[in-house]
Design a protein around this ligand. Structure first.
Ligand SMILES: [Zn+2]
Length: 508
């Protein structure tokens, strides 16, 4: 008893003699950054502003590491042209120290990612993304790094979503190991090197992050992927996620004991990145290099008075307001009876909110630069086209062939055999005449190449060939400009009968 009391006195005394007994290591966090320029019409984000903040923070806290929790190479309109090289340029300028791999890093395949990693002045860390041929972390990545500041050491390892295997294009030679098992192994390896402070830089779902926190003994998790501002804790470890596109910069200060090397306490704040923050002039070179494209993409095209549903899953399964609008624009631009847009070619995969529409919005929805051609076909073939469009509606979760239409109205029953699913069909208000000829506008991908299985369109007579056709994004843009404000509504052009019935029974 007495001995313990003595100890209790001695410890504070020694602390008094040496007040500077902790070392502050600052982690600066961003995640899911697809654009280096400001977003939200210039009001938020922008890596030039983040660099200004970083330099200010480094003056107060010299032991600073700048971390990215993955997802940057794709998707973006810029990446259609540059395949993520523009982001690597920007991160090199911003002074990024480490990034983990996000699922979207593999969108252009493993070879493009390897190239991007070679261009990076920062290090990629990925403990659970393994090249099957070498048994080592993918590309130039390291499983973990150890950094020393003022006598204290910090270990950082990286983790990536296992589902990247199927949600992106890593190819057959990349393996994704279980995050929790990998984390346990990493923490014990790092501890074995005498490093007591361990950071996980992750691109996982929050439930997986919580599991990693509970199962591995990490001190803090710097995460991403949700695009939602999240501050949680699990197993005693805090977990941080910013939203996306550097709208915020996370500042996480680890106060590490000099004597034990362990984290004594953590302070943090979420710093909004706004237009009040000056852009660092070092970014001028990046802006010069990519400025022309950025300026073009930020051009205002018009406004939408309604949310536009450009979600992939919805455009591949049912009529959408933007599907209607695109098919209308194809039909009107070419003077056709019918407009058709395969749902799989409508991208963006998000709801574009009410407000201004820029060229970037248009290209994010139609990124492929297909041409809008016009063909002549019989009523019988038109029926075949639409039958093909719904032939996988019961079989596939998201059939890319699903038709968004203009000028036609039809009902279908997906419980019937493919090829005989259309129950009723009218063209511009009149029942389809199988013997009559109609004109149809569609992309060259569908109408000339027979893409998404539309082989029957290859046999039709071409009225507007590729050489004289406009790009799909130009057609859409012109339609928005002509209207100034758009407000497309789902009109009931396509009705799925079996689903209606199912919903009825669900309600009963
Ligand atoms: Zn992600």
């Amino acid at each position: 008893m007495i001995l313990l009391l003595v100890f209790a006195v001695i410890i504070p005394l020694s602390a008094q003699q040496k007040p500077d007994c902790t070392v502050r290591v600052t982690l600066l966090q961003v995640n899911d950054v697809y654009q280096f320029a400001p977003v939200d019409l210039g009001t938020r984000g922008g890596l030039a502003r983040v660099l200004t903040l970083k330099k200010e923070i480094e003056k107060q806290s010299p032991n600073t590491l700048f971390l990215l929790s993955g997802d940057t190479i794709s998707p973006s309109v810029e990446s259609i042209t540059y395949k993520g090289a523009q982001m690597i340029d920007a991160w090199n300028t911003a002074g990024l120290d480490y990034s983990t791999l996000g699922n979207h890093e593999f969108d252009f395949g493993p070879d493009v990612l390897r190239q991007r990693m070679k261009e990076s002045k920062f290090k990629w860390i990925a403990a659970n993304v393994i090249d099957k041929k070498t048994g080592q972390p993918f590309g130039d990545a390291l499983a973990y790094v150890v950094r020393e500041f003022d006598g204290v050491k910090v270990g950082i390892f990286g983790l990536t979503l296992e589902e990247t295997r199927t949600s992106s294009r890593p190819g057959p030679d990349v393996e994704f190991l279980n995050p929790c098992e990998t984390a346990r192994k990493m923490v014990s390896e790092i501890h074995a090197r005498g490093v007591k402070t361990v950071v996980a830089l992750t691109h996982l779902s929050m439930s997986e992050d919580k599991e990693v926190a509970r199962c591995s003994g990490v001190d803090v998790i710097i995460g991403g992927h949700e695009h939602t501002l999240l501050e949680s804790a699990s197993g005693g470890a805090p977990i941080f996620k910013m939203t996306a596109d550097a709208r915020e910069l996370g500042q996480i200060d680890l106060n590490i004991s000099k004597s034990t090397g362990k984290v004594e306490s953590i302070d943090w704040k979420v710093i909004p990145v706004t237009d009040k923050i000056k852009a660092d002039p070092q970014f001028a070179a990046i802006n010069r290099k990519y400025g022309a494209l950025l300026k073009e993409l930020s051009q205002l095209v018009g406004r939408t008075a309604i949310d536009l549903d450009a979600r992939s899953a919805i455009n591949r399964t049912q009529e959408t307001n933007i599907g209607d609008f695109i098919a209308d624009s194809f039909r009107l631009a070419t003077g056709s009876d019918v407009g058709l847009m395969n749902g799989g070619s409508i991208r963006a995969d998000e709801i574009i909110r009410t407000g201004p529409l820029t060229k970037r919005d248009v290209l994010s929805m139609l990124p492929f630069k297909n041409k809008v051609v016009k063909v002549e076909l019989s009523g019988a073939t038109l029926r075949q086209v639409l039958e093909h469009g719904v032939a996988r509606s019961a079989e596939d979760a998201e059939p890319g062939r699903f038709p968004q239409v203009s000028g036609v109205k039809f009902t279908f029953d997906a419980t019937r055999p493919p090829g005989s699913r259309i129950v009723s069909l009218t063209v511009n208000g009149k029942p389809l005449d199988e013997k009559k000829n109609y004109t149809l506008a569609a992309s060259d991908y569908v109408a000339i190449d027979g893409g998404d299985g539309y082989a029957m369109l290859k046999e039709t007579r071409l009225l507007i060939p590729r050489e004289r056709a406009q790009f799909d994004s130009e057609v859409l843009q012109a339609a928005i400009i002509a209207k100034k404000v758009i407000a497309p509504k789902v009109e009931g052009r396509i009705r799925r009968l079996d689903k209606d019935q199912k919903q009825k029974t669900d309600c009963n």
